[in-house]
Design a binder for this molecule. Structure first.
Ligand code: FES
Ligand code: FES
Length: 218
């Protein structure tokens, strides 16, 4: 019986050997897997990051990238590992620890901030993906000694106990104010359902938000 390997034409086999040699001894499959995974990781990590143009072809992904964010009205430039979440960049690189880390998995809402006018879970977005974005954190709500109306309402309605979820609740409520949302308490509950409170301060949180929503704008 004919050996199937011997029946293969010579030319493609030779080309395959040449290709393997050109790839430094790696198999074609190893090369393709490495190239595909490597480019996907690099592209995702470096999207929008300015220094990426300076990375020579074939170089490994950089260990740190520079990212500039406008946080609470002030431009801040920090160097971060490309895998750093916006949450960790805010807390660990910019010292803005008002934004809390609850689950770090997009499930509790404690890390909510505003990014370019929309509420975002900062644990679920990479800092380098927000290059140039305007970020508003809980530290940016008050104007001097004057609390944001939502902060004031949370105080008046006793809308927290331990307070750990409160920055996220406040920032989510800030986002809610500019979103389409029905007038009923149930509508607010639904719109705030991504923000969990282990102390179950929900009724007072809803009351505080509704107080602000029902206050006529000047
Ligand atoms: S810490 Fe981001 S959703 Fe929980
Ligand atoms: S006030 Fe304690 S978790 Fe919400």
């Amino acid at each position: 019986m004919t050996d199937p390997k011997q029946s293969l034409p010579d030319a493609p086999a030779t080309q395959a050997v040449d290709a393997n040699e050109a790839l430094g001894g790696s198999t074609r499959r190893e090369f393709l897997v490495t190239a595909t995974v490597g480019s996907a990781l690099l592209a995702e990590a470096c999207r929008h990051a300015p220094p990426v143009e300076d990375i020579p072809p074939g170089a490994p992904p950089p260990s740190e990238l520079e990212v500039t964010l406008k946080v609470n009205g002030q431009a801040q430039t920090v160097k971060v590992d490309p895998r750093t979440s916006l949450l960790d960049a805010l807390r660990e690189r910019m010292g803005l620890t008002g934004t809390k880390k609850g689950c770090d998995h997009g499930q509790c809402g404690a890390c909510t901030v505003m990014v370019d006018g929309r509420r975002e879970l900062s644990c679920l977005t990479l800092a380098v993906m927000q290059q140039g974005a305007e970020v508003l954190t809980v530290e940016g709500l008050a104007k001097g000694d004057t609390l944001h109306p939502l902060q004031q309402a949370f105080l008046e309605k006793d809308a927290f106990q331990c307070g750990y979820c409160t920055p996220g609740q406040l920032m989510s409520a800030v986002g809610l104010m500019s979103e389409p949302c029905g007038a009923a308490d149930a509508d607010v509950r639904e719109a705030m359902s991504g923000n969990l409170c282990r102390c179950s301060a929900y009724p007072n949180i809803i009351a505080a938000i509704q107080q602000v929503r029902r206050t006529p704008k000047l």
